[in-house]
Design a protein. Structure first.
Length: 60
C-alpha cells in the first residue's frame, strides 16, 4: 500500500503540491458562478447586495 499523499500532485511550477482535482473543482465553481450571474442578473444582484451588507456590518 502506498502512503504517499503527494503522488497525484504537481511536482513543479506555480501549482506545486496542488492536487489536479482541486483545480478542476475551482474551475467548475467559477463557471457555475458566472453562469448563475448571467442567467439571473436581478437575483444575483440582490443576493450579492445582501451578502455585501452582511459582510460590511459584521466584519467592520
Amino acid at each position: 500500500m502506498n502512503n504517499d499523499t503527494t503522488s497525484g500532485c504537481a511536482k513543479s511550477g506555480f501549482w506545486t503540491g496542488m492536487h489536479p482535482g482541486m483545480g478542476l473543482a475551482s474551475k467548475g465553481m467559477i463557471v457555475a458562478f458566472v453562469v448563475f450571474t448571467a442567467l439571473n442578473v436581478d437575483l444575483a444582484g440582490n443576493l450579492y447586495a445582501a451578502v455585501r451588507g452582511w459582510v460590511e456590518s459584521s466584519l467592520n
